[in-house]
Design a protein around this ligand. Structure first.
Ligand code: FAD
Ligand code: SIN
Length: 539
């Protein structure tokens, strides 16, 4: 199989880029791979909305930039922040033109929400299902482009580089180049070799590495693991954002239901098991302090009082407004017997967002030639040590656009030449010799449980050197066992995902061990203070 533009992932980053390159290059083939259905993405579950400077009377680019920098705790790349905030509004206008609908006030102005860390109302939203609406609009829009093909249920296993042509590739190799990918077609059960001119990784987050997460099952960090195996640069993986308020449902496994921060923006109050509105004790911004502060405060209250959750009190909120803004949450709560007008909602922190990822430059280029990355799998420098709420959909669109600009320029500069011509015959087919069908799925499922448990217990909101060391020792053993399994067993998505998640776990722990300070989302009681020295951890 061969294509001009290859995109791994059908969330906001992948679809935005695909639409743009396809429209600009109607004679080129644009191929999207997605590992389950096309809409099963982190994007679909985004609730709160997308941040942007919309109210020019009260808000300004400077204020949004400042809020982002404050949340990032000294580690944001200021140029990236400027780019995202200033270009973001144009990208939001585009998605509105493509059909996404955001809620409006009766006077026709957009209804703007507020979330933790934002000094102004600037969050555009579609009820409490903003991501679903944006994903819908994008999927509709790409249907109008005949040069885009979406192949669902296609699991990308690895990026093809010189390594697959038999060359020794290390981090120090100059000009590592991406020629395409090996992809497991889950319908035919065959691994195909896919050559591409330009490849974009838009594989999303890695919340599934933890036991409790707001992320759907697709969020296994595949893109980051693949880029790392291909010797690409990976940055700041220790900064895992825990959302303070996932619905606490004992006994329920898998993705935790999110109670959007916008509920606190509209007046919801956190209370501990004694009924105390405890956030007053932790931060002057109370319930709307940045997420790292709120999540740590909740963690502390839970440990202090020996409980597994705190409460979100919405009883004094305007119930008509609540139902109008948060119909999905209202319905979910009712389905488990909670009437938010009368009872408080049990909530606890859950792994939510990966601030680090594949290191990219201002045009979304990775350290590997012809390989771009955008969306949650990328580390652009926007979030620094902690992401400001509702900045990630914005970042994904801005950098999908920038990747498009650079990739199309590169494609046009190369017109006339067929990409990857000289290596067409040199790339080997996927080898299956020496592998057998998986006999014991329990080896995979049990290892996954172990991984999620150890990451939650030792590499969660509060870390210590001893916990990180213990996590690393366990990960080493799991890595060894899983690599052995990988060498001898036919490839399956479950095995590949486990392998990828162990790699991501390793990257998180290793980066955490390198950071001898507490900053933003990374809190280590052995180094409780922020260092004077500001550094990114690049592996
Ligand atoms: P995704 O939307 O996650 O898409 C990833 C794609 O990659 C999927 O299509 C998947 O199938 C594909 N893929 C992955 N690995 C492979 C592979 N090996 N082979 C083939 N395909 C693969 N952000 C905000 O800004 N505002 C919000 O209100 C907000 N709310 C959120 C609420 C929840 C519950 C969650 C989980 C996140 C929220 N976020 C929010 C974060 C935001 O939704 C994500 O960061 C963003 O949608 C990521 O988009 P993406 O395009 O990078 O990846
Ligand atoms: C939320 O709605 O609380 C999530 C927003 C985000 O993660 O940006």
């Amino acid at each position: 199989m061969q294509t001009d533009f290859l995109i791994i992932g059908s969330g906001i980053a992948g679809l935005t880029y695909a639409l743009k390159v396809a429209r600009d290059c109607p004679d080129k083939k644009v191929l999207i791979f997605t590992k389950t259905t096309s809409d099963e993405t982190n994007t679909k579950y985004a609730q709160g909305g997308i941040a942007g400077v919309w109210d020019n009377e009260n808000d300004s680019f400077e204020k949004h930039i400042e809020d982002t920098l404050i949340a990032g705790d000294g580690l944001c790349n200021e140029k990236t922040v400027e780019i995202v905030v200033r270009e973001g509004v144009e990208r939001i206008r585009e998605i509105i033109e493509w059909g996404a609908k955001f809620d409006k006030e009766p006077d026709g102005d957009y209804a703007l929400g507020k979330e933790g860390g934002h000094s102004e109302f600037r969050i555009l939203h579609h009820k409490d299902v903003t991501g679903r609406e944006m994903e819908r609009a994008l999927l509709e829009a790409i249907k109008t482009q005949s040069n885009i093909e979406v192949i669902t249920h296609c699991f990308v296993v690895d990026i093809i580089t010189q390594h697959h042509l038999g060359y020794l590739v290390t981090k120090a190799t100059p000009d590592i180049e991406c020629f395409g990918v090996y992809a497991l077609n889950l319908r035919t059960k065959k691994i195909e070799k896919v050559r591409s001119g330009i490849t974009l990784l838009a594989t999303g987050g890695n919340g599934q590495v933890y036991r409790t997460t707001t992320n759907p099952v697709i969020a296994t960090g595949d893109g980051v693991a693949m880029a790392y195996r291909a010797k690409g640069r990976i940055e700041n993986m220790e900064f895992i954002q825990f959302h303070p308020t996932a619905l606490y449902e004992p006994g329920v496994k898998g993705q935790a239901f999110l109670i959007t921060e916008a509920v606190r923006g509209d007046g919801g109050i956190l209370r501990n098991s004694d009924g105390e509105a405890f956030m007053e004790r932790y931060d002057a911004r109370k319930d709307l302090a940045p997420r790292d502060i709120v999540a740590r405060a909740i963690d502390n209250e839970m440990k202090r009082t020996g409980t597994e959750h705190v409460w979100l009190d919405c009883r004094d909120m305007d119930q008509e407004k609540f139902l109008h803004h948060f119909p999905n949450i209202h319905e979910k709560c009712l389905s488990i017997g909670i009437d938010v007008a009368k009872s408080m909602i049990p909530v606890a922190p859950a792994a939510h967002y990966s601030c680090g990822g594949i290191k990219t430059d201002e045009w979304a280029r990775t350290s590997i030639r012809h390989l771009y990355a955008a969306g949650e799998c990328a580390s652009t420098g926007l979030h620094g040590a902690n992401r400001l709420a509702s900045n990630s959909l914005l970042e994904a669109m801005v950098f999908a656009h920038r990747a498009y600009v650079d990739a199309v320029k590169k494609m046009k500069d190369n017109s006339g030449e067929e990409w990857g011509n000289w290596r067409r015959d040199a790339i080997p087919d996927w080898r299956t010799e020496g592998t057998t069908a998986p006999k014991e799925m329990i080896l995979i499922t049990q290892s996954l449980k172990e991984l999620q448990l150890l990451m939650s217990d030792y590499v969660g909101i509060v870390r210590t050197n001893t916990r990180l060391e213990r996590a690393m020792r366990r990960l080493d053993m799991m890595h060894e066992e899983t690599e052995e399994l990988y060498k001898t067993t036919e490839v399956s998505p479950q095995l590949c995902q486990l392998r990828n998640m162990i790699t991501v776990g390793y990257l998180i722990v290793k980066s955490a061990q390198f950071r001898h300070e507490s900053r933003g989302l990374h809190f280590n009681t052995d180094y409780p203070h922020k260092s004077e020295q500001v550094q990114n951890i690049v592996l």
